[in-house]
Design a protein around this ligand. Structure first.
Ligand code: XIL
Length: 397
C-alpha cells in the first residue's frame, strides 16, 4: 500500500504551526493558506463554554451553514460501543462506512454478496436522520481473496458492472453520494494520463473508469457520483503533478459526457502543514467550473512528522491544520460535505500505518476531533470554527 503521508516536511515548523495557526483559523478563505510564514504567535482560542451536543455540535454548526459534517464509521464499534454510537448521532449529519461497503466486505464470493454490515450502517443512519455516502465501488485495494484467481480480461467488465449494479442498486435512492472510482491516479506508475497501474487498469484499460460511472448512474440515478483521491492537497512537486492528472481526468470524463457529480479530496493531512498552498484552492475552483461539487471525504491530520512534544503542543499543531485547511476549503461554495476519517484518536487507521508504527510505536495519533474518552480535542473547536466560513447558509437537500 502506498504511504499517503510521505510529504516532505520541516519539523522545525511544528512549533510555529502550533503557536500561530489556531489564530489563522479565524481568517477566512484564501488568506488562510498564505498565513503560515506570517502567522503571529497567538494564543489558541479558548474552547467555547457550553454543551457540544445539539446546537453546539459539529452537525448543527455545519447544517447552519448549509454544510454536512460527518465521519467514517467502524461497524464493530457501532455494534458494541454505545458511547460511540451516541457520538455519531450527536455529531454527524452524514456517515460513510470505513470498510463495510468495500468489495472485500460485501462481495464475499464470486457469486455471493453479504450486506449484513452495510445494511446495518444504512439502517442506523436512516433511523437517526443521518445521510450516507457509499465508499467505494471500484478500487485497487480491498479486493476479495477470490478476485485474483477468478477475474480475467474476458470477464472483468461483467464482474465490475455486476458488482456496481448489485451494490449501488441495493441502496438506490437512499445514499447521498457514492465513491464510484477511488484512487485511479498514480503518476509514478508511468501509465498514460497518470493512471494507476491497478488490477482494473490491467484488466480493462482506461475505459474502466467510464464504465464504472455509467453503470453507477443507471443503478442509482439519485446518488452524487464521485471520483475520490488522496495526495492532491499540497503544493509539493508530487502533489502538483497528481492534482493536474486528477483534474485532467475530470475534464476528460466531463467532455465525454460521463455522469460524474463530485470530486472527493481525501485530505489525509500532515500536522507540519508545510507545503499547503494555493494549489488546492485553484483545484476546487477548476472542479467547480466543471460543475462538480467538492467533498472533503477522509480528513485527518497525522503528527508523525512532529518532533515528540507535549500533548498540548501536538494538539495545537493538529488543530491549526484543521482550522487553516477547512477554513480555506469551505470558503468555496462548491465544498459542501466535510467528513473526518473517524471520530476519535484511539480508533484512527493512522495508528496502524507502517510509518507511524516504525516511528512512534505505542504513541497514539492525535488526528481527530475527539480523544479516547470521546471528549472534544482542540481539533474539534478548530473544525467547529472553520465550518462557519462557508458562504452559503441554508439547507443541503
Ligand atoms: C482504510 C481503513 O481506514 C482501514 O481500516 C483499512 O484497513 C484500509 O483502508 N483511503 C481510502 C480509505 O479511500 O478506504 C482507506 O481506509 C484510507 C485511505
Amino acid at each position: 500500500m502506498v504511504d499517503r503521508r510521505n510529504f516532505i516536511c520541516h519539523a522545525s515548523q511544528w512549533a510555529l504551526a502550533g503557536a500561530g495557526l489556531l489564530g489563522a483559523s479565524r481568517l477566512r478563505g484564501q488568506a488562510a493558506f498564505s498565513s503560515l510564514a506570517a502567522a503571529p504567535a497567538a494564543a489558541p482560542p479558548l474552547p467555547p463554554s457550553g454543551p457540544i451536543t445539539g446546537p453546539g455540535s459539529l452537525r448543527a454548526h455545519a447544517a447552519a451553514r448549509g454544510l454536512l459534517y460527518g465521519s467514517a464509521v467502524d461497524i464493530g464499534l457501532l455494534r458494541n460501543d454505545a458511547a460511540y454510537r451516541q457520538l455519531l448521532i450527536d455529531q454527524c449529519g452524514i456517515v460513510v462506512a470505513e470498510n463495510a461497503m468495500k468489495w472485500a466486505a460485501v462481495h464475499t464470493a464470486a457469486d455471493r454478496y453479504d450486506f449484513s454490515q452495510a445494511d446495518e450502517l444504512v439502517a442506523f443512519a436512516e433511523q437517526h436522520g443521518i445521510k450516507v455516502r457509499g465508499h467505494n465501488l471500484c478500487w485497487h485495494e480491498a479486493l476479495p481473496g477470490w478476485f485474483a484467481s477468478t477475474v480475467t480480461q474476458q470477464n472483468a467488465a461483467h464482474y465490475l458492472t455486476d458488482h456496481i449494479r448489485t451494490v449501488a442498486g441495493r441502496y438506490k435512492g437512499r445514499l447521498r453520494s457514492w465513491d464510484v472510482v477511488n484512487e485511479a491516479i498514480s503518476p509514478g506508475d508511468g501509465k498514460p494520463d497518470g493512471l494507476r497501474d491497478s488490477a482494473w487498469y490491467r484488466l480493462l484499460g482506461p475505459g474502466y473508469i467510464e464504465l464504472a460511472f455509467r453503470t453507477a448512474r443507471a443503478a442509482d440515478p439519485h446518488a452524487l457520483l464521485t471520483y475520490n483521491d488522496y495526495g492532491i492537497e499540497y503544493d509539493h512537486p508530487a502533489s502538483f503533478i497528481k492534482r493536474a492528472a486528477v483534474l485532467a481526468l475530470l475534464r476528460r470524463l466531463k467532455a465525454a459526457g460521463v455522469p460524474i457529480d463530485a470530486v472527493g479530496v481525501q485530505s489525509h493531512l500532515d500536522a507540519t502543514t508545510s507545503g499547503l498552498g494555493p494549489g488546492i484552492s485553484e483545484f476546487v475552483a477548476a472542479a467547480s467550473a466543471l460543475g462538480l461539487k467538492v467533498f472533503i471525504t477522509e480528513l485527518d491530520v497525522n503528527d508523525d512528522n512532529l518532533a515528540p512534544g507535549q500533548p498540548a503542543a501536538l494538539d495545537a499543531a493538529v488543530a491549526g491544520v484543521y482550522g487553516e485547511y477547512v477554513t480555506a476549503m469551505v470558503a468555496k461554495p462548491a465544498v459542501t460535505d466535510v467528513l473526518t476519517w473517524g471520530l476519535s484518536d484511539n480508533h484512527t487507521w493512522l495508528n496502524s500505518t507502517k510509518t507511524h508504527k516504525q516511528k512512534y510505536p505505542g504513541r497514539e495519533e492525535r488526528a481527530l476531533p475527539f480523544d479516547d474518552a470521546y471528549q472534544p480535542t482542540a481539533a474539534f473547536y478548530a473544525l467547529l470554527d472553520a465550518l462557519g466560513s462557508h458562504p452559503v447558509p441554508g439547507h443541503i437537500s
